[in-house]
Design a protein around this ligand. Structure first.
Ligand code: R5P
Length: 291
């Protein structure tokens, strides 16, 4: 297997290749002044299984197109199989029709990736498994939660309360709980599909005097974490941390979260940034070695 170092995850791709002992294929990429993308593989993948490591966080559309272009280039170069390793999968949240007249974005993305030559997809903590059902080729969804939980265990937060900010993230809090060995619970979050406005509530949580770690798959604007932190503080939590797999952290999200009393934000390198304190490289390299 050879690892194609997608420009959006170059460092992660390098770490994966080094851990797994696979050869790296660098990529030259650019965006022309008119916004169009260009990629070129700087190495051969002829007769190889090529794994492209390339996340599709912001700018999502550019990153998705570049992924498709790299897959096409790999197939044209004679790759016998192309696996896309896409830690953050853009558009996975629009996995069904919520309002009449919408499209199913992830279905279109899946068809585009298939047409480009991708044979298999590996992603990490996809927002909903339903999205994977839209792909016309095999997919694998890895979980980075053990790695995030271990970060907190090493930090001395054993027995911390693992909180899901909504019911959908409860599986995440429960996975973390297996490592932290404290309690787990969840808030309720409802969303107005027209305005996008969310409402959070939390009752019967035993968080008084406790260290609480809020675990979510994505932090985008930070609104969910800020709302959860407010409820936790009102209920007497001693310390609040925020952990996520995909730290999109749009605009002033980081500042808003820290201003709300959260001690630290911990994310993975699914979306590279200054809060990427946990690397996905061990998880991805093991998954690729097992293929
Ligand atoms: C949605 O249900 C996701 O799991 C996250 O909770 C959400 O994307 C976070 O978004 P924001 O940071 O904008 O509140």
């Amino acid at each position: 297997m050879k690892i194609i170092l997608g420009p959006s995850s170059k460092e992660l791709g390098e770490k994966v290749a080094e851990l797994a002992g696979f050869e790296k294929v660098p990529v030259v990429s650019k965006v022309f002044p008119d916004g169009e993308s260009y990629v070129r593989l700087e190495g051969s993948v002829e007769d190889e299984h090529a794994a492209i490591v390339h996340t599709t966080s912001k700018p999502q559309d550019t990153n998705l197109v570049q992924l498709a272009f790299m897959a096409n280039a790999a197939k044209r170069n004679g790759a016998k199989k192309v696996t896309a390793v896409v830690p953050y999968l853009a558009y996975a949240r629009q996995d069904k029709i919520f309002l009449e007249g919408e499209n199913v974005s992830i279905e279109t993305v899946a068809a585009m990736l298939k047409a480009a030559g991708i044979d298999q997809l590996i992603t990490v903590n996809i927002h909903s498994e339903t999205a994977l059902g839209k792909f016309p080729f095999p997919t694998k969804n890895l979980s980075a939660i053990p790695l995030l939980a271990e970060y907190f265990v090493k930090k001395g937060c054993k027995n911390a309360f693992a909180l899901a900010p909504d019911k959908g993230a409860m599986y995440i809090a429960q996975q973390a709980q297996q490592f932290l060995r404290g309690e787990a619970g969840s808030l309720e979050k409802t969303r107005d599909r027209h305005t996008g406005q969310t409402t959070q509530t939390g009752t019967h949580l035993n968080v008084k005097g406790q260290t609480v770690i809020i675990f979510d798959d994505i932090i985008s604007t930070g609104g969910t974490i800020v709302g959860a932190a407010r409820i936790l503080k009102e209920q007497g939590a001693a310390q609040v941390y925020a952990a996520c797999v995909h730290g999109l952290l749009i605009g002033d999200a980081e500042k808003r979260i820290l201003d709300s009393g959260v001690e630290e934000i911990v994310a993975t390198d699914s979306v590279p940034g200054k809060n990427s304190k946990v690397s996905l490289a061990p998880l991805i390299s093991e998954a690729l070695k097992a293929l």
